[in-house]
Design a protein around this ligand. Structure first.
Ligand code: FES
Length: 108
């Protein structure tokens, strides 16, 4: 198993918007929903929109560019024009930080 990386402090993430974190050339979007943290790729699979600049409703994020939507828990697209899932990573919370295993990234 690869080393975990700390993306951010837990209190840096709000339910209103995903937090953008850049690490080692990858842009991540960190979400808080019903007390759980989730991480997806920040860049939309459809174009140049960033999830961290999108609108959150429940467990969905709307891309600000063409208003496509994704479920940020699974990464699956839920509204066109998005058809390809976002990559998601397994999250661990420890010492008030949000951690991921960078090798755990999967695409639904
Ligand atoms: S760039 Fe995200 S919906 Fe088109």
């Amino acid at each position: 198993m690869a080393d975990l990386i700390a993306l951010c402090d837990t209190d840096a993430v709000s339910e209103d918007a995903a937090l953008r974190v850049e690490h080692d050339g990858q842009d991540y979007a960190v979400y808080l929903y019903e007390g759980q943290y989730y991480v997806t790729a920040d860049l939309c699979t459809h174009g140049p929109g960033y999830m961290s600049e999108g609108f959150i409703e429940g467990c969905e994020v709307e891309c600000p560019f063409h208003q496509g939507k994704f479920n940020f828990i699974t990464g699956a697209p839920t509204s066109p024009p998005c058809t390809e899932a976002l990559k998601v990573w397994k999250v661990t919370v420890q010492s008030d930080k949000v951690w991921i295993d960078p090798s755990s990234g999967t695409v639904a």
